[in-house]
Design a protein around this ligand. Structure first.
Ligand code: SF4
Length: 749
């Protein structure tokens, strides 16, 4: 007997609502939920494969504990006993910073990943935090922190109302969007064109998104900041700067004019390989459009000037008056945001409050670069203790970070390692304890992170579609028990973690004059919370204290968990609305258009311009496939094969020059190593550029991902040595990296 259950898809940032078909406890089919208030029935091949993802036979069913050198199944009690016995002595002997924490991307796709890591980090007290953000998006956080005083205040393009959209380094037809949550992003782009709007794509590759564009500019990889600076220059030079309603909220407009004076379209033309006339046209089109938005993503972040490029994206939106207005780029307002405090000066955003021990990289947003993890483990210095114990939570940095071979060896040298992961993968195989969360159908879902990036304000929550299998532990409980075990409270009831967070939140809220619960009794408020368990009570708390919440009775029509549960397809909270100056937390209370760290980094961009004339060889860029996202998806047969292959894309001119035939194995060599993969000759990459996808390289021993091992591919990050970073954000440089390419024949194979 089958039934249906609703579940928000956790497989990418688009957060589509799914209708699952469930037979017994197995998910046998998934389709888009036509009644979902946000996604309206959209589903992509990944979401349609939810059942296969959920039932992957390689998912671990029980904890593993290393005994006599081998990982063996154990009880949960044995596993947490081992965690406490392994981590606490490291903390006590070497201090908390000797315990590293790595948070992988899937944490932003789970309730547990949203609610517990901050508590865990607080309990541990470590500064050795590394996350996937420094492989991906940290430049955007840093530029938002500097411009707006809030690293998480990221404006998103108003896709459904804009007249002109400029995408740089983004390929939403494959990714379905990133740092911009928009179910059916492709459909929204087509709708933009259908209503007479224009789409411009700047990308070294003629991606599927670029093919849809009215104008595609095939820029040289890594030159995004130069092009954007030249566009800003044109706005000033041609008197096209018009901040409109933004003007009272912005400082530094004149300073930016001086800062971009050198970056004329002619000056950057060779470095970008973009004609000066094209750069001028891009700027004029942006200024002339009734509304417009510039949106930069991974290709513009994972480059040497990623923070400058991210900053310039918003500078262009501001100079054309498009920030914070319908049709431009706006700040979403999620239902679980704290009740907005009144506008006014804030504490600002600080960078470099501490530095990494070996290379002295500054922290950004409390994180050190993931590229530096290996050296923080394997290098002894006088500057403090190396990382001796490591917690990895939904992370596979051996594949996702530069120079996996070095990290692989470094992980083997740790005193102790814990992985929270459903798979025995390239990273978790080194752990002393592996704690596997249940499959997604057995977990609740709410998008705490992505609702802060959504192109429409809405709120949805789905309870587990099927009950926890016997022997499973909820992911929320795993992280709560992990928090207690590493924080010196092993054996305490895990519910104490949620109770503590609720108490602390309410105690703070009742003291805040702007809070709807100002002056009330925290105990009385706690008794009003609903929900079946601690995580649900925390969600209820956040909803009720949030901008749409009932304020525990202060706004009787407002949101509560009960009200949300009565709307299983979600509640639409309306289009994005102008919010400035409220989101600003800068010390001035204004948008600070030329922050000090940005001004101090601009000479490096000028230097890049000065060096641009030198002869350049091949450079590497990444690429994304619609049926892929994280490395573990390569273990799902329905999501691999066909065009989703680990091949080296190169242009026909380069293939002819280097003597490469279609399908021929080629050796690509970079500073960190070399990999061999088949050539795929295509004019979708520009001459001088080669492309490899990420997340491959499933051929290490001890990994339990059976299907992935049948077509392992190669790890593109092995071409990197981890030394190339955007200095402001610590983000790894993954695009525009110099490589050489050699075709292999006969005995070389
Ligand atoms: S677009 Fe993303 S969220 Fe939507 S179904 Fe596909 S993977 Fe899931």
């Amino acid at each position: 007997m089958s039934r249906t259950a609703l579940r928000i898809c956790p497989l990418c940032e688009a957060t589509c609502g799914l209708v699952l078909t469930v037979e017994g406890t197995a998910v046998t089919a998934a389709r888009g939920d036509r009644d979902d208030v946000f996604s309206r029935g959209f589903v992509c091949p990944k979401g349609a494969s939810f059942g296969a993802v959920d039932s992957d036979p390689d998912r671990l069913r029980a904890p593993l504990v290393r005994r006599d050198g081998e990982l063996r199944e154990a009880t949960w009690e044995e596993a947490f006993d081992a965690v406490a016995a392994g981590v606490r002595p490291v903390v006590e002997r070497y201090g908390p910073h000797a315990v590293g924490v790595v948070l992988g991307n899937p944490n932003v796709h789970t309730v547990a990943g949203a609610l517990y890591p901050n508590v865990l980090l607080g309990a541990l007290g470590t500064r050795s935090l590394f996350t996937a953000s420094t492989l991906d998006q940290m430049p955007k956080h840093v530029s938002s922190g500097l411009l707006f005083g809030n690293a998480n205040a990221i404006p998103v393009p108003d896709l459904d109302r804009t007249d002109h959209l400029l995408l740089i380094g983004a390929n939403p037809l494959e990714s379905n969007g990133s740092l911009c949550t928009a179910p059916d992003f492709p459909g929204r782009l087509k709708a933009l064109k259908a209503r007479g709007g224009t789409l411009t794509v700047v990308d070294p590759r003629r991606t599927r998104t670029a093919k849809l564009a009215d104008r595609h500019v095939a820029i040289r990889p890594g030159a995004d900041a130069l092009l954007l600076a030249a566009m800003a220059h044109v706005l000033y030079a041609e008197d096209l700067v018009d901040l409109g309603a933004l003007a009272p909220h912005v400082t530094g407009v004149g300073e930016v004019e001086a800062a971009v004076r050198d970056f004329t379209p002619e000056a950057v033309a060779a470095a970008c390989d973009v004609d000066a006339d094209v750069t001028r046209a891009l700027a004029r089109e942006l200024a002339a459009a009734p509304t417009a938005a510039v949106y930069g993503r991974i290709g513009s972040c994972t480059v040497p000037h990623g923070t400058l490029a991210s900053w310039l994206v918003d500078v262009l939106n501001i100079l054309t008056g498009n920030l914070d207005r319908p049709g431009g780029a706006l700040f979403p307002q999620a239902a679980t945001d704290r009740t907005p405090r009144p506008a006014g000066p804030g504490r600002g955003f600080a960078l470099g409050r501490w530095h990494s021990r070996v290379s002295g990289h500054p922290e950004a947003k409390g994180e050190l670069p993931l590229s530096a993890l290996a050296e923080e483990i394997d290098t002894v210095t006088d500057a403090g203790e190396p990382v001796r114990a490591l917690l990895t939570i939904a992370a596979n940095p051996v594949l996702s970070a530069p120079d996996g071979d070095r990290l692989d060896k470094a992980l083997d040298s740790l005193d102790f390692m814990v992985s929270v992961d459903p798979y025995l993968n390239e990273t978790s195989r080194h752990a002393h304890v592996v704690l596997p969360p249940p499959p997604p159908a057995q977990s609740p879902h709410h998008d705490f992170a992505f609702n802060t990036l959504a192109v429409r304000n809405q709120v949805r929550y789905t309870r587990p579609a099927v009950p926890l299998e016997p022997g499973r532990t909820a992911e929320t409980e795993i992280l709560a028990r992990l928090t207690l075990a590493v924080g010196g409270m092993h054996g305490t009831d895990p519910a104490a973690v949620d109770a503590m967070v609720i108490e602390q939140t309410l105690t703070t809220s009742v003291r805040e004059p702007h809070s709807p619960v100002h002056g009330r009794d925290p105990g009385e408020l706690t008794a009003l919370l609903t929900g079946e368990n601690g995580p649900e009570r925390r969600l209820d708390l956040m909803l009720r204290l949030g901008p749409y919440g009932d304020g525990f009775g202060a706004r009787p029509d407002g949101l509560t968990l009960e009200r949300l549960l009565a709307h299983p397809h979600g509640i639409d909270l309306g289009p994005l609305r102008p919010r400035l100056p409220q989101p600003l937390k800068t010390r001035s209370g204004k948008v600070e258009l030329l922050p000090g760290p940005i001004a101090a980094d601009l000479p490096r961009l000028r230097q890049a311009l000065a060096e641009a004339g030198r002869p350049a060889g091949l450079v590497l860029v990444g690429r994304r496939h619609l049926r892929s996202n994280n490395s573990w998806m390569h273990n799902i047969p329905a999501l691999t094969g066909g065009s989703n292959r680990c091949t080296v894309h190169l242009h026909p001119e380069d293939a002819a020059r280097l003597g490469v035939d279609e399908g021929q194995p080629v050796r690509v060599k970079g500073a960190g190593g070399a990999v061999t993969a088949p050539a795929e000759i295509t004019d979708t990459v520009r001459p001088g550029v080669v492309s490899l996808p990420h997340g491959w390289g499933h051929d290490r021993p001890g990994v339990r991902q059976t299907h992935a091992a049948t077509d392992p591919g190669v790890n593109v990050n092995q071409l990197l040595d981890g030394s190339l970073l955007d200095p402001l954000s610590g983000n790894a440089v993954l695009n525009g990296v110099p490589v050489t390419l050699t075709p292999l024949t006969g005995a070389q194979l």
